[in-house]
Design a protein around this ligand. Structure first.
Ligand code: ADP
Length: 275
């Protein structure tokens, strides 16, 4: 299978030219029959079921961990992705971590400290809803530290992720790519729906005016930090159903490729009996 969404190490990306909608040609082979919204429910359910099995195997084997990093502009659908992609998995085997404005405790240490202390243990899936990449995104866009500091962070992130990978953590990074128009619609729908008011703040509107700066910051991230050991995927995310399908596929495929095995029993099971 081809991997049309993966950023090759060192590849230069111009995000304005990358698809944000559903491109039928980019639908992976075996889901090619499912090109419209309603038709993806079945294949997604099938993938969710497979993911549950693979998660169990990951847990049983406990040799490796899976770290999934989700990044994107406000309203890009990080929360919805977690809900739909992880639908049906065993919650005991999965931890979600939200990266907010750093606390005093966190800001007083190196920027990777708070990420390192919450990486998933072997056997588990960890999801970062935002991540250490904020330290070269929001921090860069708003000049929160001098350029001489954030510039060094791309290499530091690559080194950190390589260390994690060499110690058994599989890393997948998804940039949920939406258009500025799509964000406008999603923000407006939050404003117009009282049940969604809790999801919107003035800061979301303010950040929107920095759209181009964020795109530039993301382009650098994708160029500098997509590596063989921790690749970035650009996920067209204007259509939620397409986003969910593609991401779940990537995760399932990655776990399948690990060729995991159930561990050998500690005792000779054939001699066991139950009264
Ligand atoms: P979300 O938008 O992810 O649903 P919030 O609305 O609570 O969650 O936003 C979290 C905020 O924390 C974002 O604006 C994000 O840019 C900010 N943030 C995360 N990490 C950092 C960081 N290292 N430095 C400054 N701000 C950060």
């Amino acid at each position: 299978m081809t991997l049309p969404f993966i950023v090759k190490p060192g590849e230069k990306i111009s995000l304005s030219g990358v698809d944000k909608d559903c491109n039928p040609e980019l639908i992976p082979d075996y889901t090619a029959a499912y090109r419209k919204k309603g038709e993806t429910k079945k294949p997604l359910k099938k993938l969710n079921k497979r993911l549950l099995k693979l998660q169990e195997l990951l847990y049983a084997e406990s040799e490796r961990a899976l770290l999934i990093i989700l990044q994107g502009m406000d309203t890009c659908g990080k929360d919805g992705t977690i809900r739909k992609v992880m639908a049906g998995i065993n919650v005991q085997g999965c931890d979600v971590v939200n990266f907010k404005v750093p606390s005093v405790d966190e800001i007083s240490r190196d920027f990777l400290w708070r990420a390192h202390r919450v990486v998933p243990r072997k056997g588990k899936i960890g999801i970062f809803n935002r991540s250490h990449y904020e330290d070269v995104l929001v921090v860069r866009v708003h000049d929160l530290v001098p350029e001489s500091i954030w510039k060094k962070r791309y290499q530091q992130i690559n080194d950190f992720e390589r260390m994690l990978a060499e110690n058994g953590t599989i890393i997948l990074k998804f940039f949920l790519h939406i258009s500025k128009d799509e964000q406008k619609e999603r923000l407006e729908s939050r404003i117009n729906d009282p049940t969604k008011h809790w999801k919107i703040t003035e800061a979301d509107i303010r950040e929107r005016s920095y759209w181009d700066d964020y795109m530039q910051a993301y382009e650098t991230v994708l160029h500098r930090c997509s590596t063989d050991w921790a690749p970035w995927y650009i996920i067209p995310a204007n259509k939620k159903w397409y986003r969910n399908l593609v991401i779940t596929e990537r995760i399932v495929e990655t776990l399948e490729n690990l060729d995991m095995k159930y561990p050998k029993p500690n005792s000779d099971v054939s001699t066991l009996y139950v009264d």
